[in-house]
Write a protein of this length. Structure first.
Length: 459
């Protein structure tokens, strides 16, 4: 949307030219109006939305941010919002109602028409993370005895209420799904051919109680814009469309990213999350990580004697433990993402371990060579920088880097798989958690190599 267009609309609002503004707004696409409303202040948002005709207002409302939807519900006339809620697709309406307080939901549900109220309550009755919460009952169902001409006539008559027309669903007399057929098959077939002649009885389906994450995988494997949802008896209940799946995918990715950052997933957008709630979400993990880092101090205390004799070793402690933490964070992020995309399963843990053993060793060797070279070079350029036993210090740092990077890669790759096996969320093995674990063990590995290479000299 051009900046001058936004300025024109703002100017019309300020001048009170609402009739003219109403005509101007009708020329925009719903996506453009969504962008416009989200960029305006709250007062201007209400004015623009009030001027939209019902059908256009409904389309715009479905794509607005949940916070703006809540703002409209609080401030617009109940009759207008009831009309919009009645016009909304059931799946989008359910998503909105889940976001609102229970008492508010009860009041809004009462404002729906009898049919829409029945559908909404049915959708809200499914488990929170189930496919049933996403499905819409707006689809086209046909019979196998119909001709192509009958199907096309039926689509013309009822297709306006359907969520999508890319796929038609064949059901029997009891409503059981027996096939799905792409609309193009009917468009390219002779009018007298019957539906049964186009059927292969091979189709993909979801169940109403199926987990939403499983549905994401099914969509990805089958490249569909919509999938049918059936009951345990195979009765067609509704469909789930790709836009809802993409929304869930975005939510899941957001939760994983937040957990990988070392906090609990936020229930609301960042700026809409109350300060106290934000503190609760972040403080817990920070306390746990702090306690974990205290074990690093305990490990250092165990080597207090060695540190007193060879203070030069303390120079490289941050380098050693950060290298291990970085390697672990890399591995954790890669494994969690691979699991999320279905690229690997728990049964492939041994393949992952072998791969990370090789990768971790080679990465550690690269860093080890860099660390050793740096110490040797500095000792030549600045004699006495690391003392007369700089070779021993260099070998200690180089070998420690190999060990700690290898260990970090193993921890980072195995922890998500272990948590998944225990039924926990793999994203909980966040990068900070892995880094803290590797920090503690890194100190032990470092001083173990120091004793190996510097005993009898510095130690």
């Amino acid at each position: 949307m051009q900046p001058q267009t936004v300025e024109t609309i703002t100017s019309l609002i300020q001048e009170g030219e609402f009739f003219k503004l109403k005509q101007v707004l009708r020329e925009f696409q719903p996506s453009e109006l969504v962008t416009l409303i989200e960029e305006e202040e709250e007062r201007e948002q209400l004015i623009i939305f009030r001027l939209l005709p019902l059908k256009l207002a409904t389309e715009v409302f479905e794509y607005l941010d949940l916070e703006i939807q809540r703002h409209f519900l609080d401030n617009l006339a109940q009759d207008k919002m009831a009309d919009i809620l009645n016009e909304m697709s059931p799946d989008d309406r359910t998503t909105l109602l889940e976001f609102l307080p229970a008492n508010f939901v009860a009041e809004l549900v009462q404002s729906l028409s009898e049919e829409e109220r029945r559908v909404t309550l049915q959708l809200l009755g499914y488990p929170e993370e189930s496919v049933g919460r996403l499905m819409t009952p707006d689809y086209i169902a046909i019979r196998e005895t119909w001709t192509v001409q009958q199907v096309l006539d039926y689509v013309r008559q009822h297709g306006g209420q359907s969520e999508t027309l890319s796929m038609l669903y064949v059901t029997d007399a009891h409503g059981v799904l027996i096939d799905d057929i792409r609309i193009r098959e009917f468009l390219l077939s002779a009018p007298t051919i019957r539906v049964r002649d186009l059927m292969d009885r091979r189709f993909v389906q979801l169940t109403a109680v199926q987990d939403q994450e499983e549905a994401i995988d099914v969509f990805r494997r089958n490249d569909r814009n919509a999938l049918p949802v059936v009951s345990d008896q195979g009765i067609l209940l509704g469909i789930v469309t790709i836009d809802d799946i993409l929304s869930i995918r975005e939510q899941e990715d957001t939760e994983d990213m937040q957990k990988l950052g070392g906090s609990e997933a936020l229930d609301e957008p960042y700026l809409a999350t109350p300060l106290l709630s934000m503190l609760k979400k972040r403080a817990g993990w920070l306390v746990i990580l702090l306690i974990g880092e205290m074990f690093t101090a305990t490990a250092l205390k165990s080597f207090e004697h060695e540190i007193a004799k060879a203070a030069v070793l303390t120079l490289f402690i941050p380098l050693i433990i950060s290298a291990g933490g970085n390697a672990g964070s890399q591995a954790t992020s890669l494994i969690i993402r691979a699991m999320s995309l279905g690229e690997l399963s728990l049964g492939e843990w041994w393949r992952v371990m072998r791969r990370e053993l090789a990768t971790g060793f080679m990465l550690g060797a690269i860093l080890g060579v860099v660390g050793l070279s740096r110490i040797l070079l500095w000792s030549k350029l600045f004699p006495g920088e690391y003392g007369e036993y700089y070779w021993g210090v260099g070998l200690t740092v180089g070998a420690s880097l190999v060990g700690i990077v290898l260990w970090g890669s193993l921890c980072g790759s195995m922890l998500p798989l272990l948590l998944k096996r225990l039924g926990a969320d793999p994203a909980t093995s966040s990068a900070p958690f892995v880094a803290t674990l590797v920090d503690v063990t890194g100190v032990v590995i470092y001083f173990a190599f120091a004793l190996l290479f510097l005993s009898g000299t510095l130690l």
